[in-house]
Design a protein around this ligand. Sequence first.
Ligand code: GLN
Length: 383
Amino acid sequence: MANPIYAAMGTSIFEEMSHAARTTGAINLGQGFPDEDGPLDIRQAAADALLTRSNQYPPMLGLPELRQAVAAHYRRFHGLEAGPEHVLVTSGATEAIAASLLALISPGDEVLLIQPMYDAYRPLVERAGGVARFARLDPPGWRLTRAAIESAITPATRIVLLNNPLNPAARAFDREELETLARICIEHDLIAICDEVWEHVLFDGRAHIPLIALPGMADRTVKIGSAGKIFSMTGWKVGFVVAAPDLHAVIARAHQFLTFTTPPALQAAVAFGLAKDAAHFAAMRGRYQVSRDRLAGALAAGGYAVLPADGTYFLNVDLRASGIDEPDRMFCKRLVDEHKVASIPLSPFYAEQPVDHLVRLCFAKSDETLDEAARRLVAGLKG
Ligand code: GLN
């Protein structure tokens, strides 16, 4: 018989809404992916590597040039001291998270998850033998406070899983919040697994602060990144782990029996891309920021209460504050069926007491798509 964790669940909310978009012919502002492919020269580098280089198993830890490139990239952008020996290449960030949880959880260990939380976290923790404990952050500020974190810590807590910037809240935690979390990790002897896939998708001049760089955290943090989000190519599934040698070694053991390796041509192309200059990344952020402002502006003008978005491809609208009484799932269903826009309700990102008056919209789309989607959303507000 099937494992009850999977038997009891449906398909992910992202797949559900993309499926609804396909069947209704709706504009898809649900699942987070840009409607343009990433940089042509990186895709060309992948094509060249596919034709001219080995297509056999690369080293289990990743192509040496990519491990080198990841370390150099983080040194340049975030001042990290890590070298290539601290880097492990994975098949996307989700595999990196899975490998980290499999490697670090012993049966019965408690893992702190922070709601709203990405949908994969809880089943991964539970299938790895962990016990999920839930903290929660409240909209619209989504502040990570000591009280929120400590409410879910017990003597059995071993790991905290942090997503920063936080999907779906579009919140980038500030230094004070991260220092609080770091202090708590040290006081309770916790390991932090940091899903930082949105580290480059930050707006309004914000700088990403990796938890691993804070005092006392280098040896107790697993930092996870992903080329998919860095280069706007979400289908590539090339991720990386940065961790101190003890953590790195055991996560590599789990990785070797999950996917073992990642397509070498994509690894070579990502190594090429990570060496791009700061202007490239600034321009990428600038384009998404313009799109954020375009969608937010059109929705606000049409009567929606729009929450701030510090980073990610997403912004949230507050249904209640926009005068809509419907719960989020019902609104999203009506929106896709009657107004042909797919979106993501926030309630599935909660294990308990869901916030059900917020809806996430992806703005990583062309101006025309955003304008038409906003027009339909505003029509949806009126009934
Ligand atoms: N990360 C994507 C999002 O938040 C979803 C990826 C997926 O569908 N699993 O929209």
